[in-house]
Design a protein around this ligand. Structure first.
Ligand code: NAP
Length: 612
């Protein structure tokens, strides 16, 4: 079913004129406060983060315990790490998770319409190990959540879980070579090792709209959907809001998926849009049993590599696009043109990176124009269609895939409000929202305003203190940029491991990155245990060495990011904002795997100090 992936037909464009338009649209939205424009979900908004609308929190006695390994977070990265620890024979571990079950983002995010926006065959982890095949290319949210539960059951991880518990402080204790952990349930746990698996989408954030605290109506965040209020479930059927006037703020991945369902359920829906998303056809399909039968062992790794080539590298001459969706459209269209040259002559251009970027840019502009035309072809009112057109480059924001969103604006009970000129919603009042100086009343405001992804690290982690040796704060240590060995350990923070976008390898299937990191972390913990060590820490020299390695391979894509429309991908356009990819090792994801394997292969634990 994937073999015949054709290039898309894209129109000719006036690239220079469009570039000017892109820059003007960016300038309209840039805010001097950058990331500071967002409010943290704390104080009177703490329920937007800590509250669980899905499952009651059962009272329990505080835990006092000594544990070998604490994994912070029971989402996909925490589950992968737990599995890799088990593979190494490390079984004294606990997974501490804020939610009432495993799943992380898939536990929390249950808004109507939730569905993966990325190839499920690549994304969902431990498929071969659990004997599971996704039902369709873009799994629905409940299938992802169920898969997390499947992993939990299959590997007996429920016995290791401490749910509905939020780690609030982490302090290294020199006397006992352990981390002292305190939680919101009054627990006091001493862990030899701590592995951070909080994920990038752990903490919802709120727009810092003047008056947001004044609103007396109902509110919730998409990541904590209130079905008590709306009725229905993640497949839709919001039958309790038929008499309600609803406002939704935010039109990113979450907003786009929830809005069609809100529109169907509400008396009236007003969508506040600051920047339009770029929306590909969903083009979902059920998994073909014949295709499944044809798969050879290793199919998944090959598919992930194919996806990686499209997103972070380029296809080889003649290489098919196995993913065949919006993520790979630009690479596929470029490859089709190069493949069409005699004897693949065009591919020679790729030896010159500047030429490659030029060729890619042309396909990028054409593809975005195709998507703007798609808006026009679906949305009946030309003015509304114009507001919904995205004027920025591919990958300035997260691509979205949806067939129901754009037709929603043909409904009589839906109003689109463009708040780009005011750089966001002007003001919230007790009763509603000001639009063009006039107050409009609403029963409920839904915040589809995203997560603390590239905001300051202390906002993302929300752990205070986070103190290593001599009380040094991790936030200070990484204040001017990440400093790690292999993206997972830091000098001054013994027995502490990070996962995620921190000086590591990046690839299109994020869960594969977690697997790469978990393999490395589990190995180091096992080695420390086998050697009787209670302490393992990278030397300052090893850390500096990795910083230099990352720097040596770094790619300067600041022109691209600064020209992008603001969003979390470019730290809201802040001049020296942190990339959401976290200062990656650009030497290649698969090269990094080889580097890690070679490092482990020597058995020397080079660059680490152990106390035995
Ligand atoms: P998001 O992409 O950060 O979107 C936040 C939205 O809120 C944007 O539309 C933003 O507008 C808007 N906004 C913020 N402040 C505003 C203000 N003052 N006034 C008006 N609008 C304002 O958040 P998200 O949609 O939750 O998605 C976050 C990430 O989660 C995604 O990029 C994706 O990686 C992941 N995700 C994935 C899936 C999936 O796979 N299916 C689904 C949901 C989320 P601007 O664009 O102008 O800033």
């Amino acid at each position: 079913m994937q073999q015949n992936c054709a290039p898309t037909q894209t129109p000719d464009v006036d690239q220079a004129a469009l570039r000017e338009k892109y820059l003007a649209e960016r300038d309209k939205r840039l805010r001097p406060e950058g990331q500071q424009q967002y409010l943290e979900a704390e104080g009177e908004f703490s329920d937007f983060y800590e509250g669980d609308p899905h499952m009651p929190v059962v009272p329990r006695e505080p835990i006092t315990d000594e544990i070998e390994v604490v994994i912070l977070g029971g989402g996909l990265s925490g589950l992968i790490t737990a599995h890799r620890l088990q593979e190494q024979g490390v079984n004294d571990f606990k997974i501490i998770e804020l939610g009432g079950d495993f799943g992380g983002v898939w536990y929390w995010n249950r808004y109507p319409g939730i569905q993966i926006d990325s190839d499920a065959y690549c994304y969902l982890p431990l498929l071969e190990e659990t004997g599971y095949m996704p039902k369709e290319k873009f799994s629905k949210g409940d299938e992802c959540y169920e898969h997390a539960q499947r992993i939990g059951k299959h590997f007996n991880l429920y016995d290791h879980a401490i749910f509905h518990t939020l780690i609030q402080s982490l302090q290294w204790d020199d006397e006992i070579n352990r981390w002292q952990i305190k939680t919101n349930r009054g627990d006091e746990i001493r862990a030899r090792f701590v592995v951070m698996c909080q994920g990038p989408y752990n903490r919802p954030k709120l727009p810092g709209i003047p008056g947001i605290k004044d609103f007396k109506g109902h509110t919730f965040h998409t990541a904590r959907w209130d079905y008590e209020y709306t009725g229905g479930n993640l497949h839709g059927g919001l039958d309790k809001i038929a008499d309600k006037k609803i406002a939704v703020i935010g039109t990113g991945s979450s907003g786009i998926q929830a809005i069609p369902h809100l529109a169907k359920g509400a008396k009236h829906l007003t969508v506040f849009q600051r920047t339009p998303s770029y929306i590909f056809e969903r083009a979902n399909y059920p998994t073909d049993p014949e295709w499944v039968k044809s798969l050879e062992p290793g199919w998944r790794a090959a598919r992930q590599r194919n996806f990686h080539n499209a997103a972070f590298s380029f296809y080889s001459p003649g290489e098919p696009d196995l993913i065949c969706d919006g993520w790979t459209e630009v690479a596929r269209n470029l490859a089709a043109k190069l493949n069409a040259t005699p004897n693949y002559e065009g591919w020679a251009a790729l030896a010159d990176p500047v030429k490659f970027l030029e060729l890619k840019e042309i396909e990028d502009y054409r593809s975005m124009e195709r998507l703007r035309q798609r808006v026009e072809s679906i949305v009946e009112d030309p003015e509304t269609a114009e507001i919904l057109k995205p004027y920025y480059r591919n990958m300035c924001k997260r691509p979205v895939f949806n067939d129901d969103y754009l037709p929603t604006f043909n409904r009589d009970n839906v109003t689109l409000v463009d708040v780009s000129e005011t750089r966001g919603v002007e003001r919230i009042t007790e009763k509603g929202i000001i639009i063009g100086g006039v107050e409009h009343e609403f029963d409920c405001i839904v915040f589809a305003s995203g997560f603390e992804i590239t905001t300051a690290l202390d906002r993302q982690y929300d752990i205070t203190p986070f103190a290593g040796k001599d009380g040094t704060s991790l936030y200070d240590h990484w204040g001017k940029g990440f400093r790690t060995l292999h993206g997972i350990m830091a000098n001054g923070f013994p027995n502490h491991f990070a996962t995620g976008f921190i000086q590591g390898g990046v690839t299109a299937a994020t869960t594969l990155m977690y697997e790469q990191q978990a393999d490395h972390i589990a190995y180091i913990i096992k080695q420390a245990e086998e050697r009787g060590a209670t302490y393992v820490e990278p030397t300052p020299e090893a850390e500096e060495g990795w910083v230099q390695t990352v720097r040596q391979f770094s790619i300067d894509n600041s022109t691209f990011t600064t020209e992008c429309t603001p969003g979390y991908y470019n730290s809201e356009g802040e001049p020296n904002g942190r990339s959401f990819l976290g200062d990656p090792f650009w030497g290649g994801f698969y090269e990094l795997t080889e580097l890690f394997e070679a490092w482990r292969g020597t058995g020397e634990l080079e660059g680490l100090v152990l106390d035995k």
